[in-house]
Ligand binder design. Sequence first.
Ligand SMILES: [Zn+2]
Length: 172
Amino acid sequence: MALVFTGPLLNRLTPQVRRKIERAYSKFPELADRRVIVGITHKRGLDGYAVVEDFCIRLNVNRRTVSHFTIGHELMHLLQKPGLGIIPDGEIQCDIWTLARSKLFLDEMPSYLEVHPCTDETWEHHATLVRELCIRAIEVRRSNRRYIVWLKNMLQRYLDGPIQLELFPAPA
Ligand SMILES: [Zn+2]
């Protein structure tokens, strides 16, 4: 492993968050022989951010929980330019590739990809479907540059449609 934790992060790092960072990083074989620095940020309202040119991500450990999704999203930025440059630039793109990469990253709603009418409470009922659509969108991109429009249409169709009934779980 080539993860480097900064001093301020080490001071705040719980075993649980350390495990999450290591598990998230393990989903990025592209970064396996890269030195990736993980630090902290205290910026309010910010879950984290990436300093791509330094192969550094900063996480807000003041949050109640740091999600695998947040860690995965920030690591995914390192695969964009000016990092490895192997996935398309942009925040929505970062969300799509993160959700597609692993079920591990379904533990929180995406930040930029709109999944209306999902809420934090109902996201878990839709996460697997949204992930499937993200995987398909990445395939669609091979032949269709408007793959994000395609994805948005599919999300609207599936999330606004009768599937919403799933929001109301059957009584146990
Ligand atoms: Zn981002």
